[in-house]
Design a binder for this molecule. Structure first.
Ligand SMILES: NC(=O)c1ccc[n+]([C@@H]2O[C@H](COP(=O)([O-])OP(=O)(O)OC[C@H]3O[C@@H](n4cnc5c(N)ncnc54)[C@H](O)[C@@H]3O)[C@@H](O)[C@H]2O)c1
Ligand SMILES: [Zn+2]
Ligand SMILES: [Zn+2]
Length: 401
């Protein structure tokens, strides 16, 4: 089959690789109809994860049709209304791999599953404890082959695979695999109260879903922050007021817009590769290059300083290691709360599908590019450099180029 393989920093190639096989009784093989490139893939593309190996298959946002089921995939689960899976079912695949029966899965904390990362020792050395396994996301989270490919093996298929209603298109449900729940959980973590103002840094795919989710959860105002005009425009179309970091001093602007109070909650939907300015931006670039810090927390700093007293800092943006000059004094003295994590996708599959069915949101608004898998190297380039107004690319691995 064809697959998008990581071959080194800023180098992906489409290669012919062996088809996946059932390895464990609870596996399924999915023939992939649609798969997307995520901002998280860019952290791998940019070489920030030392546990990638040349040849690793990328991709964690994918859906398709079940073509084979292991002998142990029998019982149904609540997310599928108890119906067991069958060959031919059309399914989306959560990017987090979860066993369904450990301490964490039982507490609805799916991205913290204790049984799905065979390389837990690596994560324990780096993070203290291991999160769940993830598709296509380095050896630190299990070394699983990803879904930017024609087929994928899905472990714990009985727990993860979610059957989608036939009336919804791939484009409407594909983002249930990651970025819609991620934006939604980011908004839930803001603890939104009626009348609240939420400030969201980053108008990439996650930010776009965060904006719309904040409104769904009752925010009165959303202020969205970025520097890419077409992304700010899309944020506006979602109902947000927007700030361009190249045009205003964000902290000052937010104070002004909120009568001096600051936003009730703030969200970092940018993460470890934030664009920095001036001396601070230079400082982080140098420290990161010298490996004295792994991540550039420009947005996290701004968000903490901007948040109103007693407010909440929600961090869906990905961080991998260590950051410097976090204003802990502001965080402590203003009595802030921080909430973060890889998204507990399984939790959101059914409720968000219902919101799509009711017409409260149509996630397909986000897609700017649909391309055959052979064009994946080009797709990574335009997504990374925001060329050709690229906001989200969907690849169609089993359609002719
Ligand atoms: N928690 C999770 O489970 C989860 C899941 C998916 C993605 N993510 C993470 O969410 C983040 C966003 O993902 P995405 O797909 O939207 O990525 P993206 O790279 O397309 O979007 C990031 C956006 O941030 C903007 N930006 C950069 N520096 C900025 C700054 N200083 N101030 C304001 N905006 C700035 C960029 O212009 C871009 O539009 C990434 O870190 C990604 O890894 C987390
Ligand atoms: Zn993703
Ligand atoms: Zn588990």
């Amino acid at each position: 089959m064809k697959a998008v393989c990581w071959q080194g920093t800023k180098k992906v190639e489409v290669e012919n690789v062996p088809d996946p096989k059932i390895l464990n009784p609870r596996d399924a093989i999915v023939k992939i109809t649609s798969t997307a490139i995520c901002g998280s893939d860019l952290h791998l593309y940019d070489g920030f994860n030392p546990t990638m190996k040349p040849g690793d298959i990328l991709g964690h946002e994918f859906m398709g049709e079940i073509v084979e089921l292991g002998s142990g995939v029998k019982s149904g689960n609540a997310r599928n209304n108890g119906q067991p899976l069958a060959v031919g079912d059309r399914v989306v695949v959560p990017f987090t791999i979860s066993c369904g029966s450990c301490f964490f899965c039982n507490r609805n904390l799916w991205s913290l599953c204790d049984n799905s990362n065979p390389n837990a020792w690596m994560a324990e050395a780096a993070l203290g404890h291991s999160p769940s396994g993830l598709f296509g996301y380095s050896h630190l989270t299990g070394g699983y082959a990803g879904g930017q490919a024609q087929y994928a093996r899905v472990p714990f298929a009985d727990v993860g695979l979610f059957k989608v209603p036939s009336e919804l298109t791939d484009e409407q449900v594909l983002f249930l695999t990651d970025i819609f729940p991620t934006g939604y959980m980011g908004a839930e973590n803001c603890d939104i109260q009626p009348g609240d103002t939420v400030a969201i840094w980053g108008c990439g795919p996650v930010g776009q879903f965060a904006i719309r989710s904040a409104f769904l959860l009752g925010a009165e105002r959303v202020i969205a922050i970025d520097l890419v005009p077409e992304r700010l425009q899309m944020a506006k179309e979602g109902g947000a007021e927007v700030l361009n970091i190249e045009e205003v001093e964000v902290g000052e602007a937010l104070k002004e817009m909120t009568g001096g109070m600051g936003p009730d909650s703030v969200m970092d939907a940018v993460g470890m590769e934030a664009h920095g300015f001036g001396l601070e931006g230079f400082y982080d670039k140098v420290k990161q290059a010298a490996r004295l810090e792994t991540d550039r927390p420009n947005v996290l700093r701004q968000a903490i300083l901007a948040c109103r007293k007693g407010g909440t800092v929600s961090v869906p943006g990905v961080y991998t290691g260590f950051v410097d000059k976090i204003p802990m004094g502001a965080f402590m003295n203003k009595g802030l709360t921080m909430k973060t994590g890889q998204t507990h996708i399984h939790r959101y599959l059914r409720p968000l599908t219902e919101r799509i069915q009711k017409g409260e949101i149509d996630p397909s608004f986000l897609i700017t590019h649909k391309l055959p898998i052979d064009q994946a190297p080009h797709a990574y380039e335009i997504f990374k450099h925001k060329q050709d107004n690229c906001i989200k690319v969907v690849l169609k691995p089993n359609e002719a180029a």
